[in-house]
Design a protein around this ligand. Structure first.
Ligand code: TXE
Length: 485
């Protein structure tokens, strides 16, 4: 690689059993920079043979050094990975900005979050205990937390670093050996992370990375009989395929399938506090966030004011190349732009309250789209119910608390929700009533909190990642009942 090339490793290779090797087919795929449509580099087009080799390498790691390590030793390595990630934040941020199209400062925040996951899980490694269970006279009963074995991780393109941190980080912490299939649209930081992990002393085979197409490498991973657990983040249709494949091998899956997350703004809300969250939760990463708040439900008493202030904020949003670090970058690809444009067309009957602006010098080949705020949207409109996964938010007016809850709970999804109100009783009431895996009161997202269990209900998926809860998900409980008289 040349000195000016930000990719400091050979991106055409897979990591299998501690060695960097090409796909067995010798084939590669192009990675495209969504900011200008240019080719970044080639990546390996992994397939079933590479996945099989990766699973075998993971099995060997479980039989070898990695499987013999104590929790403390694993924790130290994972913490060291976190330290190296922190030392490489800028390099990782540049890769992610180039690959995903997210503004540089958002990519930097993702790299820091990846380090934070490693710190959190590295420190937690020797703090996950079994229990002793009081039982009949003559017995001693206790439980052991054991790894599943080989875990499969299918990661999307929107937050590669954060999703690798929460999923691979937790799986390694519990002593599993991981096979990671990053998204074909964006996999540079997955490869960089693997280089860093090896440098930190992770034993060969504990982490294997096979880039490739979903229907090829991804499907081979989910169907492989040597995989004991799969974590998947992505779309509902692919999640169904993943769960179906896992069912055939009778293995557990964690699915995080996005959402249509609402923010509920009541007449008594602190609007100054709410406004930045209302807009940012919809526009961050160009709306390509699983927990994006694409619906803002506003009580009539403050509806006009919220609409006016959100429209003002939208008018100030500038969109441009990721490296210029404006408020918003391009979408991940021309294909995603087409999907989101299709939704915008479905909103032709709606009122556009405001749009942001794509800077004039943004390359025509980039996947740019103006962020759009729709007002007065009926709760049952397609734009108010379907996941759009782009910079589009809808404003929905409501009169009563009951009506707000009914609209909020009316989609198939249930990932995140927030309540903006000063009424403590209402906060407690609605936190219970809202269908969501996470509810925020007078904030949105709690700054990403790696400590906070995360996952959905309904079509948003099942299982929990992040926090200690993920460590329980990436392990299984063995009960030992000893009779000693
Ligand atoms: O998702 P896919 P895509 C949603 C969002 C977006 C839509 C399409 O609405 O518009 O999905 O995006 C791998 N077996 N989300 O097409 O197909 C694939 O290689 C195994 C929400 O990118 O779900 C990639 O690594 N794996 C979401 C990953 O699955 C397969 C994030 C995600 O791809 C596979 C991304 C198969 N048959 C998209 N087919 C979120 N929850 O944040 C594909 N893959």
């Amino acid at each position: 690689m040349s000195e000016t090339n930000p990719i400091w490793f050979d991106p055409t290779l897979c990591l299998i059993g501690g060695k960097w090797v090409p796909a067995q087919s010798g084939e590669t795929l192009p990675l495209v920079n969504p900011s200008d449509g240019s080719a970044i580099c080639q990546i390996a087009r992994g397939g079933a043979a590479d996945i099989d080799a990766a699973v075998q390498a993971a099995e060997a790691a479980l039989e070898g050094d990695w499987g013999r390590m104590t929790a403390l030793e694993r924790g130290r390595i994972i913490t060291r990975i976190g330290q190296l990630v922190l030392e490489n934040v800028e390099r990782l941020a540049v890769l992610e900005a180039m690959d995903v199209g997210k503004p540089l400062s958002q990519a930097r925040a993702d790299a820091i979050a990846l380090a934070r996951y490693c710190e959190f899980y590295g420190g937690a490694a020797d703090k996950v205990h079994g229990q002793t269970i009081p039982f009949m006279e003559g017995y001693t009963v206790y439980t052991l937390r054991e790894p599943h074995g080989v875990t499969g991780h299918i990661v999307p393109w929107n937050y590669p670093m954060q999703i690798i941190g929460r999923s691979v980080g937790a799986a390694l912490t519990m002593g599993n050996a991981a096979v990671l299939k990053p998204a074909e649209e964006a996999c540079l930081t997955a490869l960089a992370f693997a280089h860093i992990a090896m440098e930190a002393g992770l034993p060969a085979g504990a982490l294997n990375v096979v880039p490739g197409i979903g229907a090829e490498a991804g499907a081979a991973l989910t169907a492989h009989p040597g995989i004991h657990h799969i974590s998947f983040t992505g779309s509902v249709p692919t999640g169904i395929l993943v769960q179906t494949a896992a069912a055939k091998n009778v293995i557990p899956v964690t699915l995080e399938l996005g959402g249509k997350s609402p923010q509920l703004v009541f007449d008594d809300a602190d609007l100054d506090a709410a406004l930045p969250f209302l807009v940012n939760a919809g526009c961050q990463n160009a709306g390509q966030t699983c927990s994006a708040s694409s619906r803002v439900l506003v009580q009539r008493g403050v509806y006009d004011e919220v609409k006016r202030r959100m429209a003002e904020a939208y008018g100030a949003i500038t969109v441009g190349p990721a490296m210029e670090d404006l408020r918003m970058g391009p979408l991940i690809s021309a294909r995603q732009k087409e999907i989101v444009s299709g939704f915008l067309a479905k909103g032709a009957d709606l009122t556009v309250a405001a749009q942001g602006e794509v800077v004039g010098h943004a390359p025509a080949e980039g996947a740019y789209l103006c962020p759009t705020l729709f007002a007065d949207v009926p709760g049952d409109h397609a734009l108010a119910r379907d996941e759009i996964f782009g910079p589009v938010q809808v404003l929905i007016p409501f009169d009563t608390e009951e009506e707000a809850v009914k609209i909020a709970n009316s989609t198939d999804y249930g990932l995140v929700a927030s309540i903006w109100s000063r009424d403590g009783s209402r906060q407690m009431r609605l936190a219970k009533k809202l269908h969501a895996g996470q509810v925020f009161i007078n904030n949105y997202g709690a700054a990403g909190g790696v400590e906070l269990p995360f996952g959905g209900v309904g079509k948003s998926g099942h299982g929990r990642e992040k926090g200690f809860e993920a460590l329980y998900g990436f392990s299984q409980l063995k009960t030992v009942a000893a009779y000693h008289g």
